[in-house]
Design a protein around this ligand. Structure first.
Ligand code: MG
Length: 449
């Protein structure tokens, strides 16, 4: 029932109060007893689901600390600080408006591992819920200072005085959700002039689709350009991600903002380690090499990156979609923290965002999907591993084949009957050629099984 990042579904169709009730009873049974921190974003049904969640958890004897409306990273930051044994965020992150969901978080603030998800899934299926005696039912308290504590925590890691001196002008697109409760205020406290778009909380997402990708943030790009702002920042529905717009109105790719941040953070200490999924490309490899750091590759997925960061104590984590993890702050994706890192960079280095981006090497991508029969998905992967065994490759998640002028990543989709082929090269021509090579390899593998 858990996907790559929690449980999600369409409200009152496949994500229902019954599901939330039994899932929260399963969470309390597996992770309790103790206090569980809960919160929600602005999505429809958020209040309905947090009430059911509260009932389910307290019936197992867990107490509940309700943080109200806050971003996922704010709840995650507070879990260890409030001494909670777990957390549950009611959110469907960047999904379309009709979705809601739950992210279950462990005592460190990181989303629970696949193993714990499986344990919770088994209890959910068997309905072997813990039922507390009448005098052991959990208590409910409210905690209203999470955003204050979280903002102070971020400011402690910044050169606040020097940022204040630059008086940057920033436009923040809050996606009609909880990012609007943090980022505009945080930036004002850093001396920025802030204009907010889509700052009213509204679960119908009237301003835009909550995924911060270029086609959804055209208003922000235009606003930055016509008002002469220094940059624009767009969050997703639960504000664990931030996408940037430079002063000319151009939307940065996720790997560009990630690379800019990585080059600064990793250079602070020689021999640093960066954790990133195999889907990251040459741009990240280049900045890591230049900073005298090393890469620790993982499977694709933010939760895997968080657990790996905690396990090996690395300096930074990130994904090509623009999710950045700062272990010095917390080892989970954090939109407001990411936003302030880019703001600090512009303030301290005295360059515009477009100038900073122009200093990065340029690479080109091609992404294609290849349809395959669902029942053959696994055996095709085995055949691909066999076909590529003499090539320079990484096999942590799918097969990543490395050439001098680029690479190809071939992975089965977790949910659909398709293989994704992602190629990158020094030129668009190379990326297209490598992509064709990947598609031919998938076709050869399919014939073998
Ligand atoms: Mg998110």
């Amino acid at each position: 029932m858990f996907g790559t990042n929690g449980v999600r579904g369409i409200i009152n169709e496949d994500f229902t109060v019954e599901l939330v009730l039994n899932l929260s009873r399963a969470v309390g049974t597996v992770l309790g007893p103790g206090a569980v921190g809960i919160a929600r974003d602005s999505r429809m049904g958020g209040e309905m689901f947090t009430r059911v969640l509260t009932s389910g958890l307290t019936s197992t004897g867990c107490s509940v600390v309700d943080l109200g409306l806050v971003p996922s990273p704010t709840l995650q930051y507070m879990i260890p600080r409030l001494g909670c044994i777990a957390g549950v965020m009611v959110t469907a992150s960047h999904n379309p408006p009709q979705f809601n969901g739950m992210k279950v978080i462990g005592s460190t603030g990181i989303e629970i591992s696949r193993e714990i998800e499986n344990q919770i899934g088994l209890i959910y299926q068997s309905k072997q819920f813990k039922i507390a005696d009448w005098n052991k039912i959990g208590l409910v308290t409210h905690y209203d200072s999470a955003i204050d504590v979280y903002i102070e925590g971020i400011k402690k890691l910044l050169d606040v005085d020097r940022i204040k001196n630059r008086k940057l002008k920033v436009i923040v697109d809050c996606a009609n959700s909880v990012g609007g409760l943090v980022t505009p205020r945080l930036l004002r406290e850093l001396g920025c002039t802030v204009v907010s778009l889509n700052a009213q909380l509204d679960g119908s997402f009237p301003g835009r689709n909550p995924e911060p990708i270029p086609e959804n943030i055209k208003d922000l790009a235009l606003a930055v350009r016509v008002t002469g702002a220094d940059l624009g920042i767009a969050h997703d529905g639960d504000a664990d991600r931030a996408t940037f717009v430079d002063e000319t109105g151009r939307v940065l790719w996720g790997d560009q903002s990630f690379a800019l941040i990585a080059s600064r953070v990793l250079a602070k200490k020689h021999g640093s380690t960066l954790v990133t999924p195999v889907s990251s490309g040459r741009l990240i490899e280049d900045v890591v090499r230049k900073a005298g750091a090393r890469i620790d590759w993982t499977e694709v997925g933010s939760v895997v990156v968080s657990h790996r960061l905690e396990e090996i104590g690395a300096e930074l984590g990130g994904e090509e979609n623009g999710g950045v993890f700062f272990p010095a702050h917390q080892p989970v994706r954090d939109g407001a923290m990411t936003a302030t890192q880019v703001v600090e960079m512009i303030a301290l280095e005295g360059k515009t965002l477009s100038q900073l981006v122009s200093e990065l090497p340029a690479y080109f991508n091609t992404k294609v999907k290849v349809h395959v029969p669902q029942e053959k998905k696994e055996s095709i992967l085995e055949a691909l591993l066999e076909l590529s065994k003499d090539m320079n490759r990484i096999t942590i998640d799918g097969v990543k084949i490395i050439h001098d002028d680029g690479w190809i990543l071939i992975r089965p989709s977790g949910t659909e009957p398709i293989y994704r082929c992602f190629a990158e090269g020094n030129t668009q021509e190379t990326a297209d050629r490598l992509s064709d090579e990947g598609v031919r390899l998938i076709e050869r593998a399919e014939k073998l099984v």
